[in-house]
Ligand binder design. Structure first.
Ligand code: ATP
Length: 252
């Protein structure tokens, strides 16, 4: 079944479109990486998929239901969870408290997310296990390493039991030692939850090649090329678009 479908999507911020005529169909259980040079429109497209940006033209549907005007909140309730390039959580809370906040905010039961009374349950334990943070459960989030913080953010998304997980630059700002760990975490997630649909934006080709079933290359707001990772890597158009960029070096 198709999890996410965009048809002829345009987005502009008042000026010329920064996403133009993008049509993309992502199947349930598929992992798709969106790559492209700076300013290609990846983050904007991602925002459209998350319901944060409303498409100027075109349609978005989620598991066959129109979601063009759903907005971020409703899409979250329908099973879309996302992480951000810069992780968002409460530094002064423990790992577990942040997970409880994320879960309860999602369920809209929680009225005052700033002073939680943690009430852990299975979804919290499952999320901690999925990212390997069980031992840090009661640790203050401010004491976590950069890699652990990214794991926390992914775990927060998992407490929402998403059908579609949108990961914006999951290894951004990480040191070389944390990148393989995050890749392993996401590979583990793909294996244990075969029906989870994952969309990643990434500059890091190590991440793209380790995880993606399909790569979508964007340039100037349009999809320039898409296909299996190796086919996209080896296509002359990719080299042309990335001329002067580090793509070749990163992908080898
Ligand atoms: N909120 C905004 N208002 C106006 N212009 C914007 C806004 N967000 C992005 N843009 C412009 O839209 C274009 C596409 O930006 P976008 O961030 O989507 O690209 P990107 O491929 O994600 O780039 P990067 O890899 O640098 O994050 C850029 O020219 C950018 O300056």
């Amino acid at each position: 079944m198709t999890a996410l479908e965009l048809v002829n999507v345009y987005k502009n911020y008042g000026g010329p479109p920064v996403v133009q005529d993008v049509s993309l169909s992502i199947e349930e259980g598929e992992t798709v990486a969106i790559i492209g040079p700076n300013g290609a429109g990846k983050t904007t497209l991602f925002g459209v998929m998350a319901g944060e940006h409303r498409a100027t033209k075109g349609t978005l549907s989620f598991f066959g239901r129109d979601a063009t005007r759903a907005g971020a909140k409703r899409l979250a309730h329908r099973g879309v969870a996302r992480t951000f390039q810069v992780a968002r959580y409460f530094l002064e809370k423990t790992v577990e408290q942040n997970l409880v906040i994320a879960r309860d905010a999602h369920r809209s039961r929680y009225r005052n997310p700033v002073s939680p009374t943690p009430r852990p349950e299975q979804s919290i334990t499952d999320a901690l296990e999925a990212v390997g943070l069980e031992e840090r459960r009661h640790q203050s989030s401010s004491t976590l390493s950069h890699g652990d913080r990214k794991s926390l953010e992914i775990a927060m998304a998992l407490t929402q039991e998403p059908a579609v997980l949108l990961l914006d630059e999951p290894t951004a700002g990480m040191g070389a030692e944390d990148i393989p760990r995050t890749i392993r975490l996401l590979q583990g997630l793909k294996e244990s939850r075969g029906d989870l649909t994952i969309v990643i934006t990434a500059h890091d080709m190590e991440v793209v090649f380790a995880l993606a079933d399909r790569v979508v290359l964007m340039a100037n707001g349009r999809i320039a090329l898409q296909g299996e990772p190796a086919a996209v890597r080896d296509d002359p158009m990719t080299r042309e678009i990335y001329l002067g960029n580090s793509f070749e070096a990163d992908a080898s």
